[in-house]
Write a protein that binds this ligand. Sequence first.
Ligand code: MLT
Length: 393
Amino acid sequence: MKINENYRSLRDSYLFSDIAHKVAAFSESHPDRRIYKMGIGDVTLPLAPAVVAAMEEAVREQGERATFRGYGPEQGYPFLRESIREYYRSFGAAVDADEIFVSDGAKSDLGNILDLFDPDNTVLIPDPVYPVYVDTNKMAGRKIIYCAATRENAFLPMPDTSVKADIIYICSPDNPTGAAYSIERLRAWVDYARERGAVILYDAAYESFVSEKGLARSVYEVEGAKECAIEFCSFSKTAGFTGTRCGYTVVPFALKRCGMSLHAMWLRRQTTKFNGVAYAVQRGAAAALSEEGLRQIRANLSVYRNNAKIICDALDTLGIWYTGGRNSPYVWLQCPGFTNSFAFFDYLLEKTGVVGTPGGGFGRNGEGYFRLTSFADETTVRGAMAAFSAAFG
Ligand code: MLT
């Protein structure tokens, strides 16, 4: 018997579990201290009333013989895939409902999609980056190369034609930096991928935070993207589904490699290994995209946007450099007075009770930076930034 030796190359634990443990230990040893949790990007506002009503109704249907449903359609219910197609259409991206696969969230699909690719491919990943892209490829023993996201390139690396990559990860608006590609800049990546026959794995989990015109909501706003890109998205951040679980992946019919349709391969993979998403959850997700649902979830998003502004305003006053926050729930700041982001994490927690995420946890280029999330209630954010300002003012 042999284990997967690639696991030896992983860090002992996942970044966010690490932080949760550190914070739990601090709370236990300092029971009287106020803690401001702005580390993990987990939503705090409840589900929209339209979502709750749709889920309640669906549960009732499941309790009646006449309306009970067993296994659902393989790619998700047509009512949800149609709603998602319409949602894409609302910002100018054309996807076919049959290109959409409903899932339990972007993270699982971003890992699972790797089943479609040979371990011998070279993977290009930005640094700093959401750790899942790196860890899932390490688990498969794939060769990883990095493209540097730095303050100099506004944390938006552009393709280097001298670099050979087969699989390319892009997250926009980005986790952790909050930087967002314009449609124009994204075009350069699509052209690069098409020229090389590479595949872009595009994580759009934070698209609903885009507020500036000209920034991409979807890779499919770029012409030709359907021949080279798979897009992953989720209701987690858009509609507060982190505890409810629903997402979707778009695998275009036009995406073919080595004579194989990636759509057909993904369908084959999902029907073999994935059980689908609960009917009631899919009803809730569809309700989030209804006219009423969209109005309600946008009201929630504006609370997070306002929180991001509170963070940015405080940093502006303190003269601390940052990016993100405008089109993203994440604010990415330079650690004031620290070069080691983990030391800054410890200092900040001890001194102010504010919890963020050390930039170094997202990669080498993240060192010296720190991520704060706006997924919190306004009182927490105001309290956190007051404590932060008192410490660094
Ligand atoms: C984060 O804090 O980066 C998020 O929790 C990522 C995720 O959704 O898994």
